[in-house]
Design a protein around this ligand. Structure first.
Ligand SMILES: [Zn+2]
Length: 171
């Protein structure tokens, strides 16, 4: 995966771009949604294999999962203090952006984007994002620096462009 911070960049940029129609609670919830798919790493502890549809980068990394989370979120429009369509859109974008970013990474297995129709593990043709080291200490190495540089270029820069595009569209 890209680092947790970079997964959060997408809902953060989308929220800031959309402006006041996104409540703080919805922003916080969407940031959580962006890292939610990787809770599937629990599967490793439970003995589920990486390649299984229930394993890491399996069903939680699919479009279907993103739609399900977003539909569920609509039920909480009131506590999330935003209109239903925004409560659908933002968590959907947050969850679905996660596997799409994973598909740009240079390591591991691909993601089961089209689950349950297919368990094929997919990557993009081009994979410029260096896979992030698991341990924090490893960030202060040359490899860590390479990860940070690739994420600034391939995640943060497009996110900033997205933010200003959305702002421009609002005017
Ligand atoms: Zn992931």
């Amino acid at each position: 995966m890209p680092t947790i911070f970079s997964h959060v960049a997408v809902p953060l940029a989308t929220s800031l771009g959309l402006g006041k129609i996104v409540s703080r609670r919805l922003l916080a919830f969407s940031a959580f949604c962006a890292v939610l798919p990787d809770f599937d790493t629990i599967g490793f502890k439970l003995g589920i294999s990486y390649a299984s549809q229930w394993g890491h980068r399996g069903f939680t990394h699919s479009i279907t999962f993103a739609v399900a989370v977003a539909l569920l979120a609509i039920c909480f429009s009131r506590p999330l203090k935003s209109r239903a369509w925004v409560v659908f859109l933002l968590p959907f974008v947050a969850v679905v952006s996660h596997p799409l970013l994973d598909m740009l990474t240079s390591g591991g297995l691909g993601v089961a984007l089209y689950w349950p129709y297919s368990n094929e593990r997919l990557f993009f043709e081009v994979r410029p994002i260096a896979v992030s080291p698991i341990r924090i200490a490893n960030f202060f190495t040359e490899r860590g620096w390479r990860v940070i540089k690739s994420e600034l270029l391939w995640v943060w820069l497009p996110s900033v462009i997205l933010l200003f595009t959305l702002r421009g569209m609002r005017k």
